[in-house]
Design a protein around this ligand. Structure first.
Ligand SMILES: [Fe+2]
Length: 434
């Protein structure tokens, strides 16, 4: 099936508990708190249900691959939104493509402008990984600001935020603009830096009481009732309980990027696990179980409930939640992680904040794989507060608060070609917290 990753990259495997877990009491404490709150029986019940449900989920993904990822035209999304059946499908898959959010010609011009901006400020533009930077620490270039604040882009973000619900009256689907970086990756550049992972915190999903409330059905024996689009508790979850370079303070309804150049499988694009409900249930339940020493590891009933070990496989305080084939076998990552469909400049890819994803290790294409990272962020109290501090940082020439680690003395207001925010529309300024 095209798009299925058949040659597994040399990504890390999380096979053994290391001393890092024993040295940091937060791990065992989080585990004990979840067990005290929900009880062993409920957690075991969920484990068996989840592993069983994953059998059919992974079979479907293996059979259908990237064709599971739906594609929409931006104009239709903006004008008509999603039909009820499209909504149901998107919500279960959790990722999709929205084509031509901004017309291709306009985006090509913006990319040319970005290249000029980078070459005019070559000494100041830093990136990651250091040896061959492709993730650039640029947040307020004219290209990024123009694309983020494009009326079409804001309209699409609003439609995506509307897929979530919150009955408290404290939030709205009005988009707030989170400043993130840029990818500009030359052909033939291998990249191992982003193996399968889930963003929006790591141990905080278990350790923060409000965050774990967002998953209460998963811990209480009914993973099939988990509503991955319920913002009621999630809006107040602390994703930044353990500060780290990989964690965002803001809640992103969907992460996403908008292509500046063509994107294709095996060309520096993104790999996605197109399913949400049972995949996140499995990740959350996994630390409570130990695999059998011998026999069929895929038989979930042979796994032992483990209340005492502080090991959360693939969980590190300062990194995103990491996953691997051996630590999370029921996900069958090798069969189910698929490459996003091909994209043109101006197309965008979106994935749910709990979605497993990775960055292509290969780039076999002919030109740079470039994209602007732009998520859909609804208006919530935490997001509003962050956007305010982000705006103050931008105006003062500092990097966004989530990106101060490793940014050094970056001051984009001093860059040649910096344009700032004054010329923007009122709608854009509101979304930026002005
Ligand atoms: Fe990510």
């Amino acid at each position: 099936m095209p798009g299925v990753l058949k040659t597994w990259p040399a990504w890390p495997e999380y096979t053994k508990q290391t001393e890092v877990y024993a040295q940091e009491p937060s791990f065992l404490r989080a585990k004990q708190e979840v067990i005290a709150q929900y009880g062993k029986d409920a957690i075991c019940k969920s484990w068996l249900k989840t592993c069983q449900a994953l059998e059919s989920v992974t079979k479907e993904l293996e059979e259908n691959g990237a064709s599971m990822i739906p594609t929409f035209d931006a104009e239709k999304v903006i004008n008509d939104g999603f039909t009820p059946s499209e909504k149901d499908y998107i919500k279960s898959i959790g990722c999709f493509i929205v084509r031509q959010v901004i017309p291709e010609d306009e985006v090509r011009e913006q990319y040319a402008k970005l290249q000029e901006y980078i070459s005019a400020n070559r000494e100041q533009v830093k990136g990651w990984p250091v040896e061959a930077p492709s993730m650039l620490r640029l947040y307020d270039s004219p290209t990024q600001i123009n694309i983020r604040t494009h009326p079409n882009h804001l309209n699409v973000q609003r439609k995506l935020n509307e897929l979530w619900h919150d009955e408290s009256g404290e939030t709205s689907a009005e988009p707030l603009l989170y400043s993130d970086g840029i990818r500009d990756r030359p052909p033939q550049t291998p990249f191992m830096g982003l193996p399968p992972h889930i963003d929006a915190g790591s141990l905080s999903r278990w350790a923060d009481k409000t965050y774990r409330e967002a998953y209460h059905h998963i811990f209480s024996g009914s993973p099939e009732l988990h509503d991955a689009y319920d913002l009621n508790a999630r809006k107040n979850a602390d994703q930044y309980l353990f500060p780290g370079v990989a964690h965002s303070r803001v809640f992103r309804a969907f992460q996403g990027w908008t292509a500046l150049t063509p994107a294709a499988p095996r060309s520096g694009s993104i790999l996605l696990f197109p399913h949400i409900q049972m995949a996140v249930a499995y990740v959350l339940l996994r630390p409570f179980f130990r695999p059998p020493e011998s026999g069929d590891i895929m038989d979930a009933s042979k796994w032992t409930f483990d209340a005492d070990q502080p090991w959360f496989p693939g969980t590190f305080l300062q990194q995103s939640q990491l996953l691997s084939r051996s630590s999370h076998p029921h996900l069958r990552l090798e069969d189910c992680l698929v490459a996003s469909p091909s994209m043109r400049p101006g197309d965008s890819v979106w994935w749910h904040s709990d979605m497993i994803h990775a960055v292509d290790t290969e780039h076999l294409g002919q030109e740079n794989a470039a994209a602007v990272f732009i998520p859909a962020c609804p208006t919530t109290p935490i997001n509003k507060e962050y956007i305010k501090t982000q705006k103050e940082a931008s105006l003062a020439g500092r990097p966004p608060p989530d990106y101060v680690f490793g940014a050094g003395s970056l001051n984009e207001t001093l860059f040649k070609g910096y344009e700032g925010f004054e010329r923007l529309s009122d709608e854009a300024k509101i979304a930026l917290g002005f």
